[in-house]
Structure formats: C-alpha cells, structure tokens
Write a protein that binds this ligand. Structure first.
Ligand SMILES: Nc1nc2c(ncn2[C@@H]2O[C@H](COP(=O)(O)O[C@H]3[C@@H](O)[C@H](n4cnc5c(=O)[nH]c(N)nc54)O[C@@H]3COP(=O)(O)O)[C@@H](O)[C@H]2O)c(=O)[nH]1
Length: 789
C-alpha cells in the first residue's frame, strides 16, 4: 500500500512543484516588468527636461543610474527623430535575447506636450531566471524535505496505525491457527482496523472459550478414560486400534510398542495367542474366529481367565459406522466373592464345615445311594455338654475357639467319605456312610466322646468339656434327612438327660421325653413369673450335739397341674434354656430373707446353704448379686454358705479362685458339694478358699457295708480336717451311719435320719420340737474322733 501511496505523493508533489515553479516565474517576471516599467516611466518624466534641452550629461548620468540596476543591460536615449544621443550598458551587438521597453519622452510647455525623444531600456530576465532557479532549488529542497517528512510521517503513520496492528493481527492469526494464542490483540484505535481487531478479538475470545470448553471436555474425557477401572479400546471399521486407555494395557499386560494407533486387531490377537493367553489353540483359527466375531456387528460378552489367574470380562459393542468398542473388567474379586458367597451359603463361617443346608443335601445324596446300593447310613448328632456355661463364663471369643477346635477334631476323626457339619451353636452332625454294622457307629461315637473329652486349649485357657451324641440309623429311625436329624437330636438330648458324656441310639419313646422336657421349659418360664417356686429347708445338725446349726435351701416347684416337682426334673432344663440365673437369684434372695427372719425370731445362729449351678457360678454378675442380696436382707457375715461342685472349679481354676476370694471377702462360706465324685484333688482344696466339704451321699449310703466307701469317707474327713475345713456328711439315713460319722469326727450331718427338706412352717416346728423334746439319735455319749478307726 505504501508503495502505491508514495509515488502518488511524489507525483502530486512534482505537479505542485511545477505549478508553483511556473507561478513563481510569472510573479518574478511580472515584478521585473513592473519594475522596468516604473523605472522607464519615472526616467521618462525625469529626462523630459534634459531631452528638451539636450542636456546630454544629465541624460547620461540618468542613464548610468538606471544601468546600475542588475536587470538593465543597456539604456538608450533617442531623439524624437530616432537618433541616439546617449547610451549606457552593452553595445548593440551584445543585446542578443534581451527584452526591450521604450517610453516616449514628452516635455510640456504652456500646456503643450512636445515629443522630445524616446527612452529605450534593454533588460534581461537572467536574474529572474536565476532567482527562479534558486527558488526552484529551494522549493525542490523544501519539496524534497516535505516529501521526506510526508513519507516518513506516512511511514510512521503506516507503521503505527496499519502495520503494527496488522502484524499483531497476523501474529495472532498464526498463533490461533496453531492453537497457541489465548490473549486478545491489543489495539484500541477507533478506525476500521480497530473495529476489525475488536471483532477479531471477540471472535478469538469466543473461539478460545469454545476451544477451552472443548479442551476441558477432552481433558475430562481423557481423565475418565484413564481413570476408570475398566480397560477400554476402540477399533475402527478396518479393525485397527484407535483409542485405548492405560487400564487396557495394564489389565491385559500388553507391551506399549504394540498398543499404538493403527495396530491391527489381528496383531494383538496373535501376540496374545503366542504368549498363551488363550491356552492351547490354533492361533490362525483363533484370529479368524475373533475377527469374524468383531465384524459381525453384534454386541457380545465373554469371560476370559488370564494365565495369571485374573478373570477378565470382555464386552464388545459395535459402533454405528463399523468397528467396535471393547471394555475389559477385572472381575476376579467378584468371582471370588461369588464363590465365597456360594461357599458361605452352604458352609459355616466359624468352622468352614458344611452348614445345615449342605449337610441335609449330602445326607439326601447319601440316602439315595444307600437305597440303591443297600448300604447303611447313620447320623450322629453331637453336642458339647454345658457349652453354654463356658460361653457365658469365658465369653463368646473363647466359645468360638472351642467350637472351631471341636470342628477340627470331628473332621480329623471321620473318614473322607463321611461328612461333619455344624448345624448351629455347639451342635454338630456327622453322616457316616457305608456302615457295615452297628459296631462301626459305636466305635465312631465313642471316638467322638473321647476326642471331645480331651482338654481344649483356648487362648491359654484350658477348658474341660464332654460331649453327648445321639444316633439314628437309616432307614429304621427316619426315611428322610430331616427326620433322621431330628431324631438324632432327640437321642442326643436323651444322652444328656442320662448324665451326659455318652451316646444314645434313638428310640421312639424319646419323643415323649423330649416333648415333656419342652413342656417343662415352657412351664418353668411361667413358674418364675407366677410365683410357683417355693423353698424347702433341710436341717443341718451338729454331728456330736445333734443340735440344728443350719439348713440347706432346696427349691421346689408347685406346678398347678402336676403338683410338686423336684429340682432333679427342672434344674437341668433351667440350665439348658438359660433360666438358671434368674431362678438361682430368686432362691438366693428368698433363702437369705427367710434366714434373717429366723435369726431374728429365735434361731440367732442359724446358717444357710444355697446351691449354685455351674452357670450361676460363671455368671459375671454373681458377686454383685450376692452382695446386693446380703445388703437387702441384712444377713450378717458368716451366715451364708454357697454349695458348688468340684467340676465348677476345675473348668477355669484361675477365674474360680478370684470369684471365691471375692465371695470370701463378703463373709460367704464355700462348700464343695458331692465331694469325692469328681476330681477330689488335694491341690485345689489347698488353692481354693473353701470352708467346708460335703461327703457325697453315695459314699455315706454304704458306709457300713462297703469297705471302699468307708475308706473314702475316712479319707475325706481326714483330708478336710487336715486343711481345717468343716466336713459335712449328706444323705445320712441310718443311725449306724450317724454313729460311724460321729466316731470319725465328722462335723455336721444332713439326711433323712433327721429330716427331709421341709417347707417353712414345718421346718420351724421341727426345729422347735428338736430343741425341746427330741432325744439324741446317735451315740449316747459322744466319743472323741478316732482317726485310726
Ligand atoms: N442349683 C440349684 N440346685 C438345686 C436347688 N435345689 C436343689 N437343687 C439340686 O437339685 C438336686 C436334687 O435336690 P433335691 O431333690 O432337693 O434333693 C436333695 C435332698 O432332698 C436329697 N437328700 C438329702 N438327704 C437325703 C437322704 O438322706 N437320702 C436321699 N435319698 N436324699 C437326700 O439330696 C439333695 C440335696 O443334695 P445336695 O445339694 O448335694 O446337698 C440336688 O443336686 C440339689 O443340689 C437350687 O435351688 N439350686
């Protein structure tokens, strides 16, 4: 643009210059003419007189004066007749291209004008031309300068107002083209260029926003693509790889140089085939197969187990224009969870043994095959004795360990073809298949009992337990799995009821007994609520003086329909169904309350013994219950005695010692009940803070007929005394027994010889009568104890 503008400007300047030049020439020439004419006019008037008088000197001096003008070349004074009478300046021959101006000279006299001659001036335009050239030169210089200034101004203006914004615009366009510019072009002129740049900036801004939005979406897409847990790849219509994410590479463990844009599907399939990803297959066949599937344009899903064990689910989804998107999901954990869920659905979590569902299923299978092959099948229902006590006392963690150990032991002793299952709690069941004769089952039942009688070591706690086993035979005791299990359960209950730690074969009569037991359980719950329990008191007498020193509280159940029920019938039910603590707390409260009444009413020294069942002893609330009972009944220290069995102590000796110590602090005496039937260890008698031992009535019974029993009784009395414990003989029914015990120095006696357990009013009357009237029953004169007898 500048290249066009500049010559135009120069041409314009030249034209102007010519015009100005010509005008200057005209002006200068006119000035010269005017000046010469004035000179001629003035001198024509001045020389009128000299001309008249032909005063040549004056004429010549006037001519000389005129000749001094640089523009005048020569001056001639001519007479009226045209003769020259004076002349100055150049000669005629040198006048050349000079200009000529003449004036007639008139002399006026008496108002008559006389033509007296002519004044001729020869002048030159040389100075005019000189001046003109000088001016032209100056003008040229000025025009040159002007053009330079104008050009420079134009250049600067061009640069500032056109080139600069245009170059910025151009830069911006190039950068924008390459997608690098985000800033607007800085130009604020108010001309069209400014408007253009503003429009451009707005366009770039809008484009930038759109680009940023697109980039943001792209970034989000990429972030999504690379961060999703699934591997993704996209193959175009020619089945060449176009898009993929990191997870795709990781999940399938593909080399990076293989996973690049344009890699054909067949290459990837070949690579996978060669590294054994699809197992032992023909690779060309596999490739053509997979490629055919990919071209089929139908979605499909497959699961692939990789050589590293991971399971990958592959989903192919065809794209509208051809090609497909495949997603790869690692479903290993899901598969494992499903497998675990399937396992858990039919296995017990704690022991990993089959649960009831799987057990019944296997039993069904076993029965089918037993029917077909005429083989014997037995079901053994196994339950730990007093497991509930252990659980209550040591907590569920220990109970769980015991159950786990029990499961392991049972699994160990059965054959591979048999099944051991946990049906719930401490209930296990075993399917014994291919039973040839009943002996096989007896051997297994006894092995179970022996195995479970071994101490359990649970977190350093040594626990002793036993098991009861109920057995059913197929098809005699049940045609279907449910029946066989139910009857085996019943047989197990019978084993428990008959003393535990043994096995029982199912008998149809057991149905009645179990039903009865269930009825007792339901009625017992009612009994506690409806005040149907009552305490009987069996007196305890001093062995020598035969005076009443205390009593043992024994519970009775006044059943509204069945009459009086003895504890032997319902205590074990209460223990099994968890009612024993409630029942025991009531007995304790009632016995203490009654004792305090008696102590305040004529029996001030009466002591009271209360039985504690194992579950009560293991109850963490025991000490608190005893403390509260003593407080509310105001029973003084040394009055209450709690009777516990040896087995209670041996389950957890450490815990027993601490409980007993706490009870002792309350002033409560501890009697070991049924002494001699259990461990009868000197060691625990030494360790446990007990106050008395009660010789079991089975020894007392035959004291005078069985030398063994006699020996045991003697030993127990000796043992007790050597440890400074009171010795109580229970079950004394005969005078001879009493006399023997008196002779042996036994301290206290309990038994039907003196009295059966009595209800309150009868007990009161009995004590009154005894103290007032009754004669001594034993030796007339008490002999000192003879330890050598
Ligand atoms: N945990 C609790 N156990 C209790 C409670 N009340 C009783 N029992 C226990 O029930 C078992 C049976 O008791 P019971 O039927 O009352 O029998 C007692 C006596 O009647 C009986 N006995 C006493 N002297 C004789 C006798 O000379 N001959 C004979 N054949 N029986 C006799 O012995 C039972 C008391 O025994 P013991 O407790 O060992 O002193 C029994 O095991 C009770 O412990 C209770 O409240 N809680």
């Amino acid at each position: 643009m500048l290249f066009i503008a500049l010559p135009l400007v120069a041409l314009c300047c030249l034209i102007l210059f010519v015009i100005f030049g010509y005008a200057s020439y005209i002006v200068l020439r006119d000035d010269l003419n005017e000046k010469i004419e004035q000179t001629a006019d003035i001198n024509a008037r001045v020389l009128a007189t000299p001309f008249w008088y032909l005063d040549v000197d004056n004429i010549e001096s006037a001519l000389n004066a005129m000749s001094r003008d640089r523009d005048i070349v020569a001056v001639r004074a001519l007479g009226a007749d045209g003769t020259e009478f004076a002349r100055t300046g150049a000669s005629q021959g040198d006048l050349g291209d000079t200009l000529r101006l003449s004036r007639r000279v008139y002399f006026e006299r008496n108002n008559v004008r006389h033509d007296v001659g002519e004044l001729v001036i020869y002048f030159t335009e040389e100075r005019v031309r000189e001046l003109l050239w000088r001016r032209i030169l100056i003008d040229l210089i000025l025009f040159g300068l002007l053009i330079a200034v104008v050009t420079a101004s134009l250049l600067i203006a061009n640069r500032r107002s056109i080139k600069e914004p245009l170059s910025r615009l151009l830069h911006s366009i190039r950068m924008t083209k390459h997608g690098r510019l985000r800033r607007p072009v800085e130009w604020n002129s108010v001309d069209e260029l400014g408007l253009l740049i503003r429009e451009y900036n707005e366009m770039v801004a809008l484009q930038g926003q759109a680009q940023e939005e697109a980039q943001r979406k792209q970034a989000l897409l990429e972030a999504t693509l690379h961060n999703i847990g699934q591997g993704i790849c996209l193959f175009d219509q020619d089945l060449n790889l176009m898009v993929w994410n990191e997870r795709y590479i990781e999940l399938l463990n593909l080399p990076r140089d293989l996973v690049k844009e344009g890699t054909p599907l067949s290459d990837i399939l070949r690579f996978n085939g060669e590294r054994g990803e699809y197992g032992e297959v023909s690779i060309p066949a596999l490739i053509s197969d997979r490629v055919a599937i990919a071209r089929r344009r139908e979605p499909y899903r497959m699961e692939r187990t990789r050589p590293n064990g991971r399971v990958v689910q592959v989903d192919h989804n065809p794209m509208p224009g051809g090609g497909y998107v495949a997603t790869y999901t690692d479903i290993t954990e899901r598969k494992q969870t499903e497998a675990r869920m399937r396992h858990l659905a039919v296995h017990d979590v704690l022991t990993s043994l089959p649960n009831r569902t799987l057990f019944l299923d296997r039993l069904r299978q076993a029965l089918l095959s037993a029917r077909r092959f005429q083989r014997g099948v037995t079901v053994l229902f196994v339950d730990l004795d007093r497991f509930k006590d252990i659980n209550d006392h040591f907590g569920h963690d220990v109970g769980d360990l015991m159950i786990q150990e029990m499961g392991q032991r049972l699994s160990r002793i059965i054959r591979d073809s048999d099944t051991a299952a946990r049906l719930g709690g401490d209930e296990f069941a075993i399917i014994q298949t291919d039973v040839q004769n009943i002996e096989d089952t007896i051997v297994l039942a006894q092995r179970i009992i022996d195995e479970l009688a071994q101490p359990f070591d649970c977190r350093g706690i040594r626990l002793h337990s036993t098991a009861s086993v109920g057995i059913t035979l197929f098809p005699e005791d049940g045609e279907n799995p449910e029946q066989l299990v139910k009857n085996a359960d019943m047989a197990m209950y019978a084993a428990k009821a008959e003393g535990r730690n043994n096995y029982r074969f199912f008998l149809p009569s057991m149905h009645e007994r179990v039903k009865e037991r269930k009825t007792i359980e339901e009625d017992l719950r009612n009994a506690l609520e409806h005040d149907q329990l009552e305490l009987f008191y069996q007196p305890k007498v001093d062995c020598l003086t035969e005076q009443v020193v205390g009593a043992e509280a024994l519970v009775r159940w006044k059943h509204p329909e069945r009459g009086m029920i003895l504890p032997g019938e319902f205590i074990s039910v209460a223990e099994e169904c968890g009612l024993i603590n409630k029942l025991g707390a009531w007995v304790l409260r009632e016995a203490c309350r009654q004792t305090q009444i008696w102590r305040e009413n004529g029996m001030p020294d009466l002591r009271m013994a209360v039985n504690l069942s194992p579950a009560q002893f293991q109850d963490v609330e025991l000490v608190r219950t005893v403390t509260q009972t003593l407080e509310t009944t105001k029973l003084p220290e040394g009055t209450l005695e709690l009777e516990i069995t040896e087995s209670i102590l041996m389950n957890n000796p450490e815990k027993a010692v601490s409980t007993l110590k706490e009870l002792k602090k309350l002033g409560v005496g501890i009697a070991i009940d049924d002494f001699g039937t259990g461990y009868s260890s000197l060691n625990y008698l030494k360790r446990f803070p007990v106050t008395s031992i009660k010789i079991d009535r089975s020894f007392v019974n035959d004291i005078n007929v069985d030398p063994d029993d006699k020996a045991i009784v003697d030993a127990v009395i000796g043992l007790g005394h050597s440890l400074h414990l009171d010795v109580v003989a229970e079950g004394v029914e005969e005078v001879e027994q009493l006399q023997y015990l008196q002779n042996k120095g036994c301290d206290f006696i309990q038994g039907f010889l003196f009295s059966k357990p009595l209800p309150v009013p009868v007990f009161e009357k009995w004590v009154k009568d005894r103290n007032e009237n009754q004669p001594r029953l034993g030796n007339p004169v008490a002999e000192p104890a003879d330890s050598n007898d």
